[in-house]
Design a protein around this ligand. Structure first.
Ligand code: NAD
Length: 508
């Protein structure tokens, strides 16, 4: 375990240096604070967007859309390519900001920036591949086709735990698709947002794209609510808790806007008797304890065959006891801080409820480094054995708690797996092909992400990302998720010189 932490002054200096290299003037404002979960202390004061700022952003991005939508898509891709180059140049500075503000360990922070670079590469390719289809017409001398057009202004509302990558998934794809973007990041991660915004500004200057293809609005949920309610925002892409989605979804629907919701998960892995346990243990520990349990795809439930449960639990608890917890900048640390002491309170509350509902804590749960950093929240990841899927197990607690259940038949495991309100990510560990295929089939996992012999977290950008049920149904990032950022039109062209109505209708 790391016993020393950097001082807040060191962290402030590190953030300031990174911001200055990127070209951001270090902020100073009265409304809210940038803080670091590493010490739990305040870094800089910031100004929140006013109603006038929001109005100006809406007007400017709407105006920019009117030219951006007609800019050839491969030229739009040049802006995204330049953004990707700048992200590469500032990878280390950006990763520093992710660690300072979100508390991610160094390799995960670098991984988050790599994900941003990867989605830029993907979106540049996409800018030459916004394909529509030609469809067989039932009428002679007719051509039936589908075309895809830019949608408008996209409002991106993002969560603290992927403070930069979620923005880039949305923004790189939206820009390639011909949309303009307004970003309302989490109030917990304003500094990395200022850095990303500045780099996109620089990219726009470098390729002569309109500056107003993008605007950043800092602030709390009230700023996000304005985007949710404004009919000039064609698509609200909102990432965060199911609570947030429950508010945002109906409000956007009430004005017939489009929403793309990426909400909470309660992800599970099934471990079958034939599983390679070495592989399973490594995967489970990363998925459950990595990022201090603060990924939407974090493994929260383990459904283990009864015959191997004791062996697997013993190996997992041994691994948990050795997890290095502490300073996320220390290369040996694997578990950094929780985002806040409020998150720690939520975790302790869930553990109290789990015990009251019959759960037994098998490893972890103690707070660490409370003397060194009383305002921070370092905690040992926890394993809790439960006999059934009680209320607390069926909820997402955004902290490193892994509930372990046992099963006898695969049907029973799949039923337990699907019996939660969320449907984001899932895994099975097995060397039995029939079991693997059943898990991936229509009768298997009901999640948007279904894996075999790999954990629930750590998706690649090439696939579409998102989940079902209370996870919101949205898909972002790769595959054909771009279609959510465009509108399609069906074109019928009659080149026959005669009128032939569909379905053989005759008229006149
Ligand atoms: P949160 O819901 O507290 O906040 C997310 C964002 O929504 C913030 O920018 C916040 O200001 C804004 N917001 C909240 N209420 C709003 C409202 N009524 N109208 C408009 N904006 C509103 O989430 P968080 O604590 O920052 O992040 C953790 C949660 O995000 C977890 O539940 C996690 O599973 C989820 N998450 C999901 C995904 C995914 O892709 N499915 C990815 C990352 C995080």
């Amino acid at each position: 375990m790391t016993t020393t932490l950097p001082t807040t002054e060191d962290l402030r200096a590190r953030a300031r240096a990174g911001l200055e290299r990127i070209g951001v003037t270090v902020p100073d404002g009265p409304d809210f604070q940038a803080r670091t979960p590493i010490t739990g202390e305040h870094l800089f004061g910031l100004a929140a967007a006013t109603a006038a700022d929001t109005e100006a952003a809406l007007t400017a991005t709407r105006r920019a859309f009117l030219t951006w939508r007609s800019t050839p898509a491969p030229r739009r891709g040049e802006l995204v390519r330049r953004l990707g180059e700048l992200l590469r140049d500032h990878k280390s500075d950006l990763a520093d900001l992710v660690t300072v503000e979100a508390g991610k360990i160094r390799s995960e922070a670098l991984g988050e920036v790599q994900e941003m670079i990867d989605i830029c590469d993907f979106a540049v390719g996409l800018s030459r591949q916004l394909y529509g289809r030609t469809i067989a017409s039932e009428r002679p001398g007719h051509r039936l086709a589908e075309t895809w057009h830019p949608l408008g202004v996209v409002g991106v509302i993002s969560a603290f735990n992927f403070p930069a990558a979620v923005w880039s998934w949305n923004t790189a794809v939206a820009l390639a698709c011909g949309d303009t973007v307004i970003w309302k990041p989490s109030a917990l991660t304003p500094l990395i947002s200022l850095a990303c915004d500045r780099l996109l500004d620089r990219a726009a200057e470098d390729v002569d794209a309109p500056r107003d293809v993008h605007r950043l609005l800092l602030g709390d949920r009230t700023v996000g609510e304005k985007l949710v309610d404004d009919p000039r925002v064609a698509l609200v892409s909102a990432t965060g808790s199911t609570r947030m989605g429950r508010e945002v979804g109906p409000r956007v629907a009430a004005r017939f806007g489009r929403s793309l919701l990426e909400l909470g998960g309660n992800n599970a892995a099934v471990v079958a008797p034939s599983a390679d346990l070495d592989l399973a243990v490594q995967s489970i520990v990363f998925a459950a304890a990595g990022t201090a349990g603060q990924r939407c795809t974090t493994l929260r439930r383990l459904i283990v065959h009864r015959d191997i449960a004791d062996t697997l639990i013993q190996r997992l608890t041994a691994a948990y006891h050795k997890l290095p917890i502490g300073d996320p900048f220390d290369e040996t640390t694997l578990v950094g801080p929780l985002i806040s002491t409020t998150a720690l309170d939520g975790m302790q509350d869930a553990l109290t409820r789990a015990r009251a509902q019959g759960g037994k804590v098998l490893a972890g749960g103690n707070q660490r480094l409370a003397d060194a950093a009383p305002r921070a929240a370092y905690v040992e990841p926890v394993i809790v054995r439960v006999d059934e899927q009680t209320d607390v197990v069926r909820e997402e607690t955004f902290a490193p708690i892994l509930y372990v259940l046992t099963y006898d038949t695969l049907d029973e495991a799949i039923a337990l797996h699907n019996d939660v309100p969320q449907g984001l990510s899932s895994s099975i560990f097995t060397r039995d092909q029939q079991e693997a295929e059943l898990f991936l089939s229509a009768e298997g996992s009901d999640c948007g992400i279904t894996n075999v012999n790999i954990g629930t977290s750590g998706a690649e950008i090439g696939g579409a990302f998102g989940g079902e049920k209370e996870t919101g149904g949205g898909r972002e990032s790769g595959s054909d998720a771009w279609r959510a950022y465009m509108r399609s039109a069906t074109n019928t062209v009659n080149y026959s010189g005669r009128l032939a109505l569909a379905q053989n209708v005759s008229f006149l």
